[in-house]
Design a protein. Structure first.
Length: 165
């Protein structure tokens, strides 16, 4: 009966509120909320979890995305940046989330609207562990240019020179 009620709730926000009434309801209906998010909101939970460093939500949202869509091709941000979830976690330096997304099968070479990759942004922000993890990935393209024709490695060297001066 709870599932029927949940299915009749139109708004994802209202369903999220309904799911949080108590622990038993949460356990029963949370998968329904993730399924609806994947189908109706283009997996926005993945983007929000990546942007807020919430690894447990990210893990659950990724699994639901894979169950429904069968692929690791995640949606880009609908805002003007067009960044990927991997870009968001690399920007924040969240190594656990970077590894989770790579293990999931996300391309390490996804680009934002300025054609910057996750390696580029992690290099520029000084997230050494993230840079090392990305460089170890077999499909990483270290010579991927951004809109200004700068590669992540050139950008990293530029940042290091500026920091030394």
């Amino acid at each position: 009966m709870l599932l029927e009620i949940a299915l009749s709730i139109d708004s994802e926000k209202d369903l999220a509120s309904f799911v949080q009434v108590n622990r038993a309801m949460y356990q029963t209906l949370i998968s329904q909320l993730y399924r609806r998010n994947t189908k109706d909101s283009d997996g926005s939970a993945i983007r929000h979890a990546a942007a807020s460093d919430n690894c447990s939500t990210l893990r659950r949202a990724l699994q639901t995305w894979k169950d429904i869509n069968g692929s690791a091709n995640l949606p880009k941000s609908p805002d003007s940046t067009k960044s990927t979830p991997l870009f968001a976690v690399a920007y924040r330096g969240n190594l656990a989330a970077v590894q989770m997304l790579l293990d999931y099968g996300v391309s390490p070479n996804g680009k934002d609207k300025s054609k910057r990759t996750s390696l580029y942004v992690a290099s520029g922000r000084g997230h050494t562990a993230v840079v090392k993890t990305l460089l170890e990935h077999p499909r990483i393209k270290v010579n991927a240019y951004n809109n200004d024709r700068i590669t992540p490695i050139c950008f990293l060297l530029h940042v290091k020179v500026i920091l030394k001066s």
